[in-house]
Design a protein. Sequence first.
Length: 170
Amino acid sequence: MIISKEGTNVAISKRKKEPKADLHVTVNPLLVEYFEALRPIHGREYSEFVEEKLLALISEIAPEKILEMQLEAAEKKVLDLKQAIIEVKLLNTIDTEKQKANNEITKLQEEEQSKLKTHRENMFKKYFRTLKFQNENKIPHDWSKIQEDFRFKTKFEAQDYINNMMVGIA
């Protein structure tokens, strides 16, 4: 499993271990009893022990077969690593593209906010005398018009902005 740059988990496929043959054997019960009694010392399972002994026998009789098995396992490992490299490269490409898109969106949003801020400052300068006169003479503002001219989403945003600007100047 790999964690991408955004922190999400991305599963990389891993092949299962080689399938094991289901082997049924008949063994002297006394040997089984001794094996079980000695398990705390050797710590092995039957299958592990039998597999080890089979490998030893095969390497004695046909060492080239063991080498072929090792080569096959190494080739499989190389294929798995190549696949993992491809998947990591793909994830990196996707992450890079997402980051570029996010950066572009952020840049556009910042530009839009900057333009909006400049527009509001210019509008405030333009209407400053009127706003000041209305404040001094207790004349209510036309918040709908201010909302529209200053490009606010709500009248409350317009009120907060104008009131804060007027307090900052006073």
